[in-house]
Design a protein around this ligand. Sequence first.
Ligand SMILES: C[S@@+](CC[C@H](N)C(=O)[O-])C[C@H]1O[C@@H](n2cnc3c(N)ncnc32)[C@H](O)[C@@H]1O
Length: 302
Amino acid sequence: MRVALRRAAHQIHDARPLVFQDPLAVQILGSELQQELLRTPDGYRRPFSAALRAWIVVRARLAEDTLQAGVRELEARQYLVLGAGLDTFACRNPYPALRVFEVDHPATQAWKLQMLEAADVAPLPSAGFVAVDFERDSLRERLLAAGFDERARTVTAWLGVVPYLTRSAFHATLRVLSGFAAGSRVVFDYSQPRSALPWVEQQMQDSLGARVAAAGEPFQLFFTPFELARELESFSLAVEEDLDAAALGERFLAGRRDALELKGRAGRICVATTRGRAGLAGDLDEGQSVAGETRIAKVGDG
Ligand SMILES: C[S@@+](CC[C@H](N)C(=O)[O-])C[C@H]1O[C@@H](n2cnc3c(N)ncnc32)[C@H](O)[C@@H]1O
């Protein structure tokens, strides 16, 4: 809800051109929250609020830019939105040949479907909703049962989710992504560990961490860029881009006349590509070791 409120606030309170244009971002909130957004414009200009909003709209924009490039240049035919929250793409997909698979925790997804109905926003026929708890369920099984085609090139958005996962749930999802068609892409944001941050940012991470922990969803997974690249490599995923706040700001926020600004070292966004060993995920057991050598040996066994 908080992420969706920030996307909606961007549509209303920030300068044109918007960083991320989402014609349904306000509507999906329903009238009560819309009134709330209009009543409190000043809060959105405060630096902490503007920085979080900048982060949320920049990552959404990068995901949809990656999708656009994927559709046009790589003939991607599927968009997989992992941990979709109140993302509205499934209701505004402009690409005629693109199927959209929205995956979320069963509780979040049920709530979202209610929100959509109450706000009179209908998913398009190209959308499928797949309920998955990354900590318990087999993402691959659920996707295949919903008609997902592993042989079709796919762009995956996995925004605002990785820091909340256990390492084993993160690995289980990478294993699934590694089985997609070669050239498939995934966009996800992650956070650097406290020890890699300057003092001021440690305090900010502590404060945000305490807030999400109090809401029952603690941050628990952090990487340095080096650690992350090594993890991805062990799942045959290659880092295309791993962008920090400065690089993202330069790409998406340069010359703006509003409060949107990105600073600091903590948050980063990674775009990675599946190298293409189709079927790999299917040959591995869920609980198997993630070391590259072990994986290759197992595939060879098969
Ligand atoms: C901060 S929200 C981000 C939502 C959305 N991606 C966005 O950017 O608006 C985190 C999302 O991760 C999902 N999530 C967290 N843990 C999960 C789990 N174990 N299984 C499935 N989804 C999970 C939540 O249901 C929620 O939709």
